[in-house]
Design a protein. Structure first.
Ligand code: ADP
Ligand code: TRP
Length: 327
């Protein structure tokens, strides 16, 4: 049994890219592995957050995970800030991580562009907190979308360096990039990944979008001037829509191509929207019911925090001991 771990930021919007890139793989993996899944609220505050919004978003993310099929009996589900060993280990790792390593992180370069001197230390240090998240739990596998690969490689380097210097302490984690759907592209711009921080809401399908919105977004998705529904890497918009179609219906792309022989974009987009909505409906109903009972949600997070603290403290005791601060 492998220790599998991943985490998501608490955002008010979760889209189908997050779902297929991060949430659904964890639902599958919880059956045969030791799963840990948490909401990285301390990563979220590396950019300004409205406190009331943040609270709401933590509860929303929890509700979505549960609605998507995460079972707290099978998956350790918790809130990062409740387990202070994450920030404690991040500090220790800060002292073995090089500035140059963090300066190379493309996410930092993207997010700090144009901010000049006002960019926060937290944003720069983000990958070290992420390494701590992973290394605390003897994690073997970290399933993430492709955009997180570089952060994962850093976590591996940090673990190896620490082990070389202080003796075997951390498991060096493997990255697991999901093959199909690892990178769902923006509907309005298939050159870039679907993202909630895109300029237009037409970029993404939120897990909470209603039928009319899904239809509107699918219809306005950017495609090319071709006339056939056929998968071709060069036809990026269509390739992305076919991937989404396949993910929400469970059908092979070949099968979908066949079903649309002789049909055009109009039919394809309308029917795609129908399939996406049908896929989202049960998730939305469950999430809404869960959000109506905050006490229950908070109880699940409390129980998760208690279990996570126990595991994390054990690892921290070892870390404190090998670096020499444990008397
Ligand atoms: P966003 O870009 O919308 O802000 P995040 O950066 O918060 O998304 O990503 C949360 C998780 O979802 C990560 O594991 C990331 O790899 C995955 N993810 C985000 N966008 C996509 C996407 N378009 N396709 C596949 N996975 C994605
Ligand atoms: N940085 C990740 C993201 O934005 C979230 C994250 C934080 C994470 N800690 C993690 C993912 C540990 C996997 C493992 O998507």
């Amino acid at each position: 049994m492998a220790n599998v771990l991943t985490a998501l930021q608490p955002s008010g919007v979760l889209h189908i890219g997050n779902y297929f890139g991060a949430i659904e793989p964890m639902v599958q993996l919880q059956e045969t592995n030791t799963n840990r899944l948490f909401i990285v609220d301390y990563h979220a505050i590396t950019v300004p957050q409205d406190p009331a919004e943040l609270r709401k978003n933590i509860l929303f993310a929890t509700a979505i995970y549960l609605a998507a099929g995460i079972d707290p009996k099978k998956t350790l589900l918790f809130q990062q800030s409740r387990v202070s060993q994450h920030t404690e280990l991040a500090w220790v790792l800060n002292c073995t991580t090089h500035m140059g390593e963090l300066e190379r992180m493309t996410q930092f370069k993207d997010k700090s562009r144009g901010k000049g001197e006002a960019v926060t230390v937290g944003l720069f240090d983000y990958p070290v907190l992420m390494a701590a998240d992973i290394l605390l739990y003897d994690t073997h596998v970290v399933p993430v979308g492709e955009d997180q690969k570089q952060h994962l490689e850093l976590a591996r380097d940090v673990a190896e360096r620490f082990n070389n210097r202080f003796g075997e302490t951390f498991v060096v984690p493997e990255v697991k990039i999901r093959e199909q759907g690892a990178r769902i592209m923006g509907l309005d711009n298939p050159e870039n990944k679907m993202s909630k921080s895109a300029a237009s809401e037409k970029n993404y399908i939120s897990l909470m979008d209603d039928e009319a919105t899904v239809l509107k977004k699918c219809k306005s998705a950017v495609t090319d001037s071709g006339t056939t529904i056929a998968y071709d890497e060069a036809r990026k918009g269509l390739a992305n829509l076919l991937t989404i179609y396949s993910l929400v219906t469970g059908k092979e792309i070949k099968e979908i191509e066949k079903a649309y022989e002789g049909k055009g974009y109009g039919d394809f987009k309308t029917e795609l929207a129908g399939h996406v909505s049908a896929f989202l409906k049960p998730i939305q109903a469950k999430a809404t019911a869960l959000l109506n009972d905050e006490t229950h949600l908070i109880k699940i997070l409390d129980e998760g925090a208690t279990k996570a603290q126990e595991l994390a403290e054990k690892k921290m005791q070892r870390v404190r001991s090998v670096i020499g601060v444990q008397l």
